[in-house]
Design a protein around this ligand. Structure first.
Ligand SMILES: *Cc1c(COP(=O)(O)O)cnc(C)c1O
Length: 394
């Protein structure tokens, strides 16, 4: 008798348990809020990407409810068959105007927007030049495209240029691709330098602005706006799942590039479009970005307060320049233990180890939002101090 075919997966899991790397899913039992109940415990929540608190914004909830009443709960088809509704088109127009670009297309998630776009626009004969810390969805898109992938050291514009020189005579298309804000370190891409290289060497310039959407630039227009590089980045991807508070990803580019994606981006062609309530929620969210700029101001004020507190305590917060602030401890088992003990004391800061971050760079990641109070942040800092001292981290 052959053994159970899936036994090897159980063995792998047991190995993770032995190495203390096994992680249970935390269950959120309330709305996604700055103080929320996970696994039966009220905790200060430093783990969501709900930067502006929009997951619970009354205007967004109201629009979602109205959309359900008027349009039902599902779209019933993929975009290219019968699943393009008025609201989907209205959202895309709203985004294009907001981002000052010709056109945009919305995908089911930021992940599918990235992977679907890179795969669609490149082929075997092309080359991708990619930052080593780019998000998994970009990496998957690069692999699926079958283009040759050249990785440059993190944010190293000179090393990037060296690669571009080497492939100067390559006949295929070249794509220079970077995250706008890096999701595990919270640092910002050196976009001005990369854009210059893209222009000099004739590359398509693409940016994944998932953590910059609603966070960086005027009214949260992203990294391109932050550096005033309008018109010089060929493809901008953003997410609707983080600061925007709902779900989805969008691609901004020329009208023809967007129409090309209608024809070739596989998640667009083969996976059902958003429920109309999601599109309605996102439209309302972009209105809020313009109507309530104080939310972004508060996000940054909170970020400065919390970062200063962490620095003062002597934590290693790496290269962070944004609300994403890692507390790097190195060893993955220690990071997981740190996170577990913080949770027991009332702070939820998720620990991250390999493969989410490189070996030896394990950390907890903290993200404060516009809706955290100073009292909540101060309390979180006290708890971080207490637990970190106990574990010898500071
Ligand atoms: C979260 C994230 C994504 C994926 O966005 P979703 O909308 O959650 O699928 C893509 N890129 C980066 C850099 C991210 O942090």
């Amino acid at each position: 008798m052959p053994g159970a075919p899936l036994q090897y997966l159980t063995d792998e899991l047991n190995k993770l348990r032995e190495q203390k790397l096994y992680q249970k899913l935390r269950i959120l039992e309330t709305e996604q809020r700055p103080v929320a109940r996970f696994d039966g415990r009220e905790v200060i929540n430093l783990s969501s990407n709900n930067y502006l608190g929009l997951t619970t914004h009354p205007k967004l909830k109201q629009r979602a409810l109205e959309a359900i009443e008027k349009w039902g709960v599902g779209s019933g088809a993929v975009r290219t068959i019968a699943g393009t509704m008025t609201l989907h088109m209205a959202l895309e127009e709203k985004i294009a105007k907001f981002k000052h670009v010709e056109a945009s297309v919305v995908f089911q998630s930021g992940f599918t927007a990235n992977a679907g776009t890179v795969q669609a626009i490149l082929g075997r004969e092309d080359v991708i030049i990619s930052d080593e810390l780019n998000h998994a969805s970009l990496i998957d898109g690069c692999r699926l495209s079958r283009a040759e992938i050249k990785v440059f050291p993190h944010k190293d514009v000179e090393a990037c240029e060296k690669i571009l020189k080497e492939i100067q005579n390559h006949s295929g298309h070249k794509l220079l691709i970077t995250d706008g804000v890096f999701s595990m370190d919270g640092d910002i891409a050196p976009l001005p330098g990369l854009v210059e290289l893209a222009e000099k060497y004739g590359c398509i310039m693409m940016i994944d602005d998932a953590h910059a959407s609603g966070v960086l630039g005027r009214n949260g227009r992203g990294t391109v706006d932050h550096y005033d590089l309008h018109g010089r980045v060929d493809i901008q991807v953003g997410t609707l799942s983080k600061a925007i508070g709902a779900l989805g990803g969008y691609v901004c580019s020329t009208r023809d590039a967007i129409e090309f994606l209608y024809h070739r981006a596989r998640p667009f062609l083969f996976s059902t479009s958003h429920p109309p309530s999601v599109a309605a929620t996102c439209i309302a969210a972009f209105e809020v970005l313009e109507e309530e700029p104080q939310l972004i101001e508060k996000l940054w004020a909170n970020t400065r307060f919390f970062k200063a507190g962490l620095k003062k305590l002597g934590f290693n917060t790496g290269m962070s320049e944004t609300p994403i602030t890692p507390v790097i401890v190195g060893d993955a088992a220690l990071a997981h233990e740190f996170s577990r003990q913080l949770f027991a004391e009332g702070v939820f800061a998720q620990s991250l180890g390999f493969p989410t971050v490189p070996h030896g760079k394990a950390r907890i990641r903290t993200i404060v939002t516009a809706t955290h109070t100073e009292a909540e942040m101060s309390q979180a800092l006290q708890i971080l101090e207490k637990v970190a001292k106990k574990l010898g981290i500071i």
